[in-house]
Design a binder for this molecule. Structure first.
Ligand code: PFF
Length: 448
């Protein structure tokens, strides 16, 4: 087996991890979730979830990866707890299923780049979404998006992932910053900011049970937790990095991009009347934005810039999703990275086809990942870190850390008690919502 690669620099690792974190979750879902869930009030719940629940779990994945220097499945065995490998297996499965539908949405983004150039969505934004979101065009665009993902992963950790994210992440920032400045000049920008940022506290106090699970789910998803991606990425790290410092940087930058996305989306939506979508469902973001781009001055150019940012963000995340299974299969079998990435990419593309034919199926994949696989994986990872491999992992966190040993003690107790309780509650509410949607339960039992 060839020698395991490592990141060439600390910045390389941070940018790759930021690339994984910043994705469709930040730019496509976050602004709409915020808007429909009480504006700035949701933001507060989300920020609490990101910093107090997401960040400690991220450190948990980092120590597992760096200590073991293995992929998400074999990491558990290398630490001496082979029976926990099933948790890594759950991560591989989740990353696989997620990539299958994530790539379909990535394909939509490609179609919207084309639509910005050709003017395809200018006439009727709803009809355009109907054409590109399900059917042969969606399947073809999904295949192209997967091919791009495979190409980067096949090139390797340093020549592929690190090099690509070093270009993509700064480009996302520059383009998004430029767009935010540009759209601030649109009529209606002020109202857009007000809508985005005014806290509607009533929504939060009235429906806490409805807000907390999506906020916690979004926090895990946006930080790429639970799928083994951060385990895989940190397994290519040297010992002298301060994990708490790197983790803080990643979480802060990821949050800034999400916030910035809102500063682009809302002025655009408020530049024309009546285009605030009722719900943040799969298609609304695309139809509402494309509808607005067709009517505002310079809209097509803004649209092109926006969808390019979305593509870069989606790609820098999808490569980390594919890296989870690629590193597992390549480590395990000793196969070369290129055939491994290609083979897995083809498999993922096939699994994604039903979601490219029917947006309802896509919604189902999404619900199962969000309500079940994600919280379940994170719950097991926290139990493993807090109660099973706690001593060696707390020691690992101290290596290279600038935060002192007291930090790792507090972190360990937090991950032992607070996190499992928080996720356990989220998981129950998530399963309940799946059962209600499937018609097994007529109405919620807990906190209905
Ligand atoms: N963090 C990505 C986003 O916000 O779109 C999604 C993601 C990527 C989740 C990689 C999980 C993962 F392993």
């Amino acid at each position: 087996m060839s020698e395991r690669e490592t990141w060439t620099s600390r910045v390389g690792f941070i940018l790759a991890a930021v690339g994984s974190a910043v994705g469709l979750g930040n730019i496509w879902s976050f602004p709409f979730q915020t808007a429909t869930n009480g504006g700035a009030a949701f933001l507060v719940v989300y920020l609490v979830a990101v910093f107090l629940i997401g960040f400690p779990v991220m450190l948990g994945e980092f120590v597992i990866g760096r200590r073991s220097e293995r992929n998400a499945v074999e990491a558990f065995r290398a630490l001496g707890f082979g029976e926990w490998s099933i948790v890594g297996g759950l991560g591989v499965l989740s990353s696989f299923v997620t990539l299958a539908f994530y790539s379909v949405v990535g394909g939509w983004v490609l179609s919207y780049i084309v639509g910005s150039v050709t003017g395809g969505y200018l006439g009727d934004a709803g009809a355009y979404f109907g054409t590109v979101s399900a059917g042969p065009i969606a399947v073809a665009a999904h295949a192209v998006f997967m091919a791009l993902t495979v190409a980067i992963v096949a090139l390797g950790v340093t020549d592929g992932i690190e090099r690509a994210t070093k270009l993509m992440v700064p480009a996302i920032f520059v383009l998004m910053g430029g767009l935010a400045v540009w759209v601030s000049t649109l009529d209606g920008a002020g109202e857009g900011y007000a809508y985005y940022l005014s806290p509607d506290v009533g929504v939060i106090t009235g429906d806490l049970a409805g807000i907390v699970p999506p906020a916690v789910g979004q926090a895990f998803f946006t930080l790429s937790l639970g799928f083994g991606a951060m385990i895989a990425y940190s397994s290519y790290l040297g010992r002298d990095d301060s994990l708490p410092a790197d983790g803080s940087a990643i979480v802060v930058v990821n949050t800034l991009v999400a916030l910035l996305a809102g500063f682009v989306v809302f002025p655009v939506l408020f530049a024309i009347e009546g285009s605030i979508p009722e719900s943040g469902g799969a298609g609304t973001a695309f139809t509402a934005l494309a509808g607005a781009f067709s009517q505002i001055p310079g809209g097509r150019a803004i649209g092109l810039g926006f969808f390019i940012v979305l593509l870069l963000a989606a790609l820098s995340s999808s490569i980390s999703l594919l890296e989870v299974s690629t590193s597992f299969v390549a480590d395990r079998t000793g196969y070369d990275r290129v055939p491994t990435a290609v083979g897995l990419g083809v498999l993922v593309a096939l699994v994604g086809i039903p979601t490219a034919l029917d947006t309802g199926v896509l919604g189902w994949y999404n619900d199962v990942v969000f309500n079940l696989l994600l919280p379940l994986s994170v719950l097991f990872i926290s139990l493993f870190v807090g109660w099973v491999a706690d001593d060696q992992l707390a020691a690992e966190l101290n290596l290279g850390s600038s935060f002192g040993n007291g930090f790792s003690t507090v972190w360990l107790w937090w991950i032992r008690i607070v996190i499992p309780v928080a996720i356990g509650g989220t998981l129950l509410l998530g399963i309940q919502s799946l059962l209600v949607k499937a018609g097994v339960l007529a109405a919620p039992i807990v906190l209905g």
